[in-house]
Design a protein around this ligand. Structure first.
Ligand code: CP
Ligand code: NVA
Length: 310
């Protein structure tokens, strides 16, 4: 179903395609752990354009394509002519002639849409200011592993900045039918258009998507609590101001008292202890958080295998 397609936003996927990715990722995880050969992309090359920093995305994509039998090329905008002003539409048409797939991490989401428009090979969104679909698909896999396959019985809470993670969580929860309450300060809400589209997607699955200013209301009886940095890449100058505004949104032991007894905490990483999460809560959930980080590998292998295979 996904062959030859781009992976830019969970909103573009059908619910079946979301579950196809999760099932494929779970299978690839078993294969990797049991040394079962799975070189579904033998001889294929993935170009990875980075206009922002990365630890997990870079390493998991590069290792992932290698494990699938292909090769990954790390393309920093500091080295590409793209960084000196070559248009993205020209870069797309050139790279399409060499590569079998392109992953891009950048600032403006429009740059990914432009790249995809002019590219003949699948384009994968490795994070934009608007969305982080690979991470949220990974988180859905992690939730399924810890809380079972019935997303419709779960309540998730996201507490913190209404950023690229929040926007993708809204799309993801809507597709799988999971209830999601987002708590952010006013003026830091998720993207309004994303929220509207997610609510429309949710009409089919009956997922309840709610925004509140109150973190305690959000985590009430939640099975999953997620947070993310208060200052995303590109917002470094706002860090001190944001620290003050977001202080009531810290995920700490006091807040978690309102959650379900067996609630898990997710964090896409990197985490800033003492800011969006306390060291205590982080370390109590480290087994889940680092499983989540590992799952980037399996989920992205699934995305590459499904979109890039012949
Ligand atoms: N979570 C995530 O995308 O991590 P990196 O920024 O290290 O790639
Ligand atoms: N919201 C964060 C996610 C990092 C993986 C950022 O964009 O910096």
């Amino acid at each position: 179903m996904l062959k030859g397609k781009d992976l830019i936003s969970i909103h573009d996927l059908s619910a079946d395609e979301v579950f196809e990715i999760l099932d494929c990722a779970a299978n690839l995880k078993v294969m990797q752990k049991n040394n079962i050969p799975h070189q579904f992309l033998k001889g294929k090359t993935l170009g990875m354009i980075f206009e922002k920093s990365s630890t997990r995305t870079r390493v998991s994509f590069e290792v992932g394509i290698f494990q699938l039998g292909g090769t990954g090329l790390f393309l920093s905008n500091k080295d590409l002519q793209l960084g000196r002003g070559e248009p993205i539409k020209d870069t797309a048409r050139v790279l399409s002639r060499y590569l079998d797939g392109i992953m891009i991490r950048t600032y403006g989401h429009d740059r990914i849409l432009e790249l995809a428009k002019y590219s003949d090979v699948p384009v994968i969104n490795g994070l934009s200011d608007l969305l982080h679909p690979c991470q949220v698909l990974t988180d859905l896999l992690t939730i399924r592993e810890h809380k079972g396959k019935n997303f419709r019985s779960l309540k998730m809470a996201y507490v913190g900045d209404g950023n690229n993670m929040t926007n993708s969580y809204l799309y993801g929860a809507a597709k799988v039918g999971m209830n999601l309450t987002v708590a952010t300060p006013q003026k830091y809400e998720p993207n309004a258009l994303v929220f509207e589209q997610a609510l429309t997607d949710a009409e089919e699955t009956k997922a309840e998507l709610v925004w509140t200013e109150n973190p305690v209301d959000a985590v009430k009886d939640a099975d999953i609590i997620a947070t993310d940095t208060w200052a995303s890449m590109g917002q470094e100058a706002e860090h001190d101001e944001r620290k003050k505004i977001f202080a009531p949104y810290q995920v700490n032991a006091e807040l978690l008292k309102h959650a379900s007894k067996n609630a898990i905490v997710l964090h896409c990483l990197p985490a800033y202890r003492g800011e969006e999460i306390t060291d205590e809560v982080f370390e109590n959930n480290a087994h889940v958080i680092f499983e989540e980080a590992e799952n980037r590998l399996h989920t992205q292998k699934a995305i590459m295998a499904l979109t890039m295979a012949d």
